[in-house]
Design a protein around this ligand. Structure first.
Ligand SMILES: [Zn+2]
Length: 66
């Protein structure tokens, strides 16, 4: 015969555990080595907003992923 209903049920059941595609905003965290200011930006910031240090002073921080 054709595809049993149980197969469809199993598929639908599994699908529930697959998270829907969601927008993931990747925000990098940069820390100013001069003043310790944390800058969150999607792209590398031009300079520290706090002390005005050049971008070379902003070090990208590794974010631990769960
Ligand atoms: Zn700074």
């Amino acid at each position: 015969m054709g595809i049993g209903n149980w197969e469809l049920d199993a598929f639908m059941h599994q699908a529930k555990f697959i998270p829907a595609r969601r927008e993931v905003t990747v925000v990098a965290v940069y820390k100013c080595v001069e003043c310790g200011n944390i800058v969150e930006s999607r792209c590398k910031p031009g300079k520290c907003k706090s002390c005005g240090a050049v971008k070379d002073k902003l070090v990208k921080q590794d974010q631990s992923k769960k």
